[in-house]
Design a binder for this molecule. Structure first.
Ligand SMILES: [Zn+2]
Length: 77
């Protein structure tokens, strides 16, 4: 009985080592349907990159702060 358990343990260890050899690096994959939470958006006014959640969206553009948004709106008019 002890031999069987020992054999199984050895087989398990061999399988583990083989799996590591086949896939040495674990690739990080996003679960499907989950969007990127923090996309970096460039401010069209000053060119600073900001996380889209902190940026001020305006007509599909993302501004770093309200000053840039206002300046852009003034220029656009
Ligand atoms: Zn800006």
């Amino acid at each position: 009985m002890l031999r069987i358990i020992l054999f199984l343990v050895i087989v398990y260890l061999i399988v583990r080592v083989l799996k590591k050899l086949i896939r040495p690096r674990k690739q990080f994959t996003r679960p499907p349907g989950q969007t990127v939470i923090d996309q970096m958006k460039a401010c069209p006014k000053c060119g600073t990159y900001n996380p889209s959640q902190q940026a001020h969206p305006y007509k599909g553009l993302y501004f770093c702060d309200r000053e840039c948004l206002k300046a852009y709106q003034k220029e656009a008019v």
